[in-house]
Design a protein around this ligand. Structure first.
Ligand SMILES: [Zn+2]
Ligand SMILES: [Zn+2]
Ligand SMILES: [Zn+2]
Length: 283
């Protein structure tokens, strides 16, 4: 399985277009791994996770063609993961596509966002499948996909994590979320699998606690590096991961306040990898 991290920033991206702070200046100057666009991941050449406004840029910058993409798993309805207006670009009648239909999967909140635009499939060549409950695996073109519960602003964005299995390999897409909810831990602990790779929400890189639930009465629903390291430890503890499992930190926000290399130096202590836009992982 080939996993390509096309966007590894949080909603404001990096550098932030309106910001003249030291970090943003440094990111502009250094470029490369310090340029972070909004969330999107490509599995092999035919399955996408999320569809942000940066999708066109992802194909252009990385020389990709999404003609073979038949499935887009949407994690939740936040703008940095789903930009419905970008979907209009599929309606051109002269387009040549290997896959005639792109099917979007997501919770009710996600489907609400794309309802209008997927209403006329003959025109837009898109379909939609609503996921009503997590923990109900389904298969799509040789992939086994299991939606898992997330802890991320549950009330209005319908968040899901995705466990994706194909050809004996397993990848867990663990964002956006705070420390996984107990229902997800319980489900994972009963599985007889080995995770080859796990991507984790590391929005607030510098947080040194599990999450910020209860602080100012607000649940941010994200993690920092320490929290990600706790997730890694527990995955190993319940037997679905080991030291060979690649643990990737992504969804890095402006508040991370560090360059890629600085963050990687710290992540090395925990045996984790800081993602960057375009990074390819073969498992
Ligand atoms: Zn996000
Ligand atoms: Zn800044
Ligand atoms: Zn979000």
């Amino acid at each position: 399985m080939r996993i390509q991290f096309l966007g590894t920033g949080a909603s404001e991206a990096l550098p932030v277009m309106y910001c003249d702070c030291e970090l943003c200046q440094k990111c502009r100057e250094l470029g490369g791994k310090n340029i972070r666009t909004r969330q999107q991941t490509l599995i092999n050449d035919d399955l996408l996770i999320d569809f942000p406004a940066d999708t066109v840029m992802h194909t252009t910058v990385h020389g990709l063609c999404f003609s073979k993409v038949h499935t887009c798993l949407v994690t939740h309805a936040h703008e940095d993961h789903l930009c419905p207006t970008e979907l209009f670009s599929r309606s051109g009648s002269t387009l040549k596509m290997v896959e005639p239909t792109l099917t979007f999967y997501g919770s009710e909140k996600v489907i609400e966002q794309i309802k209008n635009i997927t209403e006329k499939p003959e025109k837009t060549r898109m379909a939609r499948v609503q996921i009503d409950e997590p923990f109900q695996p389904f298969t799509v073109r040789g992939y086994k996909v299991t939606p898992l519960a997330a802890d991320h602003a549950n009330a209005y964005c319908g968040p899901l994590l995705y466990l994706i299995e194909k050809d004996g390999k397993a990848y867990l897409h663990g964002l956006d979320t705070a420390y996984f909810p107990e229902s997800t831990w319980e489900y994972l602990s009963k599985l007889d699998i080995h995770l080859d790779a796990v991507a984790l929400d590391c929005t607030f890189f510098n947080w040194d606690h599990l999450d910020k639930h209860g602080v100012d009465g607000c649940s941010y629903g994200h993690m920092g590096m320490f929290c990600c390291s706790q997730v890694k430890e527990r995955l190993i503890e319940i037997g679905v991961a080991d030291e060979k499992t690649h643990v990737i930190l992504t969804h890095l926000a402006h508040t991370a306040a560090s360059t890629h290399d600085e963050m990687q130096k710290r992540a090395d202590e925990y045996g984790m990898t800081v993602a960057y836009d375009g990074m390819v992982l073969e498992i």
